[in-house]
Structures are given as structure tokens and as C-alpha cells.
Design a protein around this ligand. Structure first.
Ligand code: FMN
Length: 182
């Protein structure tokens, strides 16, 4: 079955993501890119990943051992997301101060940030899947309300009390899942 790419985008847009800025030190500055594909992979060892389009300029810079930062944007930082996605149309860029931290550029006022070292790069169709080992952690000042991307728009989290998630420690007797065969 061949999929219509517009329909694929429409369905994928129903999956909400946070918004990060991946930043790499380059000669004389920083190269940074908005990325919603960031996700955690492993706690032990601590691994995360993001995907970068093969045509993105950042893709040409990625290599094993390269250090990068992942900066989690706050709800107020939509302009930074637009700017680092290359879609900023105003004459003056929004303020985007980077400060040196743990060998990588830290975006000041990020809700949180991770310093990472690239350990693997896998081919994933028209993207590269970049796996990084987390080498340092930064938690921005509270309150930390994240920027959310959903249905091709930016959103804020409804900061109600919410419902506690189940314990993530594995139970002594693992749950069994049964399903009817097709
Ligand atoms: C909310 C949002 C999330 C994005 N996520 C990704 C992503 O995960 N990977 C990617 O390659 N591009 C992503 N993009 C698009 C890139 O930010 C954009 O193509 C950027 O211009 C590429 O940067 P570069 O070519 O300057 O390196 C996203 C854009 C937006 C607005």
C-alpha cells in the first residue's frame, strides 16, 4: 500500500511532542535546529535520540563523538522554535543567548537541557537517527511549563493537578497480556 504523504503528516500531527532546540558548537558560534523528534532511549546507560532530516544543514555536521545539547523549550519560546526551524520572517531575530556549559552551547532560559555525546548514527529513510549518551543535566528555574507541538500548532500544557502515573519500577510478577488471535 502506498501512503499519501499529506495523509501521513495529518495522522502523525495527532501525536503531541515537546519542542527542543538541538545545538552544536561550530567554529565561531553555534548551529542550532528545532527538533520535535527528541526522545529518551535508555536509563542505563543514559541514552537519548533525535532525528535530523538528511537535507538539514545540521545533518552535515553530525558525526560519532560530536557533542551537542538538547534544550527543552518553554511555552513562551514559540519564537525560538520558529527561528531555529528557519521560518522566522521578522527583520530582527528573537533573542537567543547561548552560554557555554559542559562543552556544549546551553540555550539560556531553557526549561531543561541535556549535554550529549553522539554514540551512533543510524539511517532512517530520509532522516538520520542520532543517538547520544547524556553527559550532563540542567534543570531551568521553576515554573517549567513546556512548549507543545500538536496538530501543526503550538500549545501549552493545561497545568491542572493531573493524575499520577503508575510506578515505572518493574513489578515482581510481570503482567501477562493476552489477546485474541486475528
Ligand atoms: C516544531 C518543529 C519540530 C521539528 N522537528 C524536527 C526534527 O525533529 N528533525 C528535523 O530534521 N527537522 C525538524 N524540524 C524542521 C527543522 O527545524 C528545519 O527544517 C530546520 O530549518 C533545519 O535546520 P538546518 O537546515 O538549519 O540545520 C522541526 C520544525 C518544527 C517547527
Amino acid at each position: 500500500m502506498s501512503l499519501d504523504s499529506g495523509a501521513l503528516r495529518g495522522v502523525l500531527s495527532q501525536y503531541p511532542t515537546g519542542v527542543t532546540v538541538v545545538a552544536i558548537p561550530v567554529e565561531g558560534g553555534v548551529h542550532a535546529m528545532t527538533a520535535g523528534s527528541f526522545t529518551s532511549v535508555s536509563l542505563e546507560p543514559p541514552l537519548v535520540l533525535f532525528c535530523v532530516g538528511k537535507r538539514a544543514r545540521l545533518a552535515a555536521l553530525i558525526q560519532v563523538d560530536l557533542s551537542f545539547s538538547v534544550n527543552v523549550l518553554r511555552a513562551e519560546s514559540q519564537a525560538l522554535s520558529t527561528y531555529f526551524a528557519g521560518s522566522w520572517r521578522e527583520p530582527t531575530p528573537p533573542p537567543h543567548p547561548f552560554v557555554p556549559w559542559a562543552g556544549v552551547p546551553l540555550l539560556e532560559d531553557a526549561a531543561a537541557a541535556l549535554a550529549c555525546r553522539t554514540v551512533s548514527v543510524f539511517e532512517g529513510g530520509d532522516h538520520w537517527i542520532v543517538v547520544g549518551e547524556v553527559t550532563d543535566l540542567h534543570l531551568g528555574l521553576a515554573p517549567r511549563e513546556p512548549l507543545v507541538f500538536f496538530d501543526r500548532r503550538y500549545h501549552r500544557v493545561d497545568a491542572g493537578p493531573g493524575v499520577g502515573a503508575p510506578e515505572l519500577e518493574p513489578p515482581e510478577t510481570p503482567a501477562q497480556l493476552f489477546h485474541e488471535s486475528w
